[in-house]
Design a protein. Structure first.
Length: 234
């Protein structure tokens, strides 16, 4: 199989899973958008994806993302930054990203707003679904979302679009992905009541996208199920 055939097969399988999950949840198939996570994979794969109709790609490391976005600038893709964001890199990320999904503290707002220049940058707030104190994965404590949202709303070049989350790593006594996304749905309900236009919910990856769609995800971020296993080292 050529690489193009592999990618086409992976993409078709994931699109089928999304359609099936939407049907199972009683949601229209176009309710859920696919962001293909291309981290660790070459720009040539991004080109194949664009040929296959993919419009949104996700990256989690600034240097790699910046290079790939420049190499693929002719494709008209929407670039989602989904990784841990250092405040000293935030302005640089805002220069090429169309959506920053991993905003988890107010300190990022100023640099993102400046880095966006005259563009408008879509922002999602990353919510932690970890047990308090477990510190495994990034994200804001749900209790701090109100203040963080206020900071984003008051920034001239940022547009608050919704929430993003990653299911916690498995741990004894920890939440399953289904439980974690059920919790996320509650957090989101309260959030959207306060910010009615911030309806995006980015949740679900290769292993758990069905659970995320059952709990209201509007965007799934899928890497390995489309592109295959990531190389261990770049
Ligand atoms: C890598 C990554 C994904 C995609 O993970 P897969 O398991 O390969 O689908 C999704 N979201 C975030 C935040 C990631 O870092």
């Amino acid at each position: 199989m050529s690489r193009a055939e592999q990618v086409a097969a992976g993409l078709a399988a994931v699109r089928r899973r999304i359609a099936d999950a939407c049907e199972a949840a009683g949601r229209p198939a176009d309710d859920v958008s696919l962001v293909v996570v291309t981290k660790f994979f070459p720009a040539s794969d991004v080109r194949l994806l664009a040929d296959l109709g993919v419009t949104d790609v996700g990256e989690n490391r600034h240097q790699e993302a910046a290079e790939k976005a420049a190499e693929c600038a002719d494709l008209g893709l929407r670039w989602h930054f989904i990784g841990a964001l250092q405040s000293n890199k935030a302005a640089a990320v805002a220069a090429y990203a169309d959506v920053v999904e991993s905003v988890d503290r107010a300190k990022l707002v100023g640099p993102l707003d400046r880095g966006a220049g005259e563009r408008v940058l879509d922002v999602l707030l990353q919510v932690s679904l970890d047990a308090p104190g477990s510190g495994n994965r990034a994200g804001a404590d749900p209790a701090t979302l109100g203040d963080l949202a206020d900071a984003v709303v008051s920034a001239e070049h940022l547009r608050l679009r919704g929430l993003m989350a990653v299911a916690p790593l498995p741990s004894p006594g920890g939440l399953t992905p289904d439980e974690a996304f059920a919790r996320l749905a509650e957090v989101r309900e309260a959030f959207v009541a306060a910010h009615p236009s911030a309806t995006v919910l980015s949740a679900g990856m290769s292993g758990d996208l069905e659970h995320a769609i059952a709990h209201g995800a509007t965007h799934v971020r899928v890497g390995s199920a489309v592109l295959g296993p990531r190389p261990a080292v770049k």
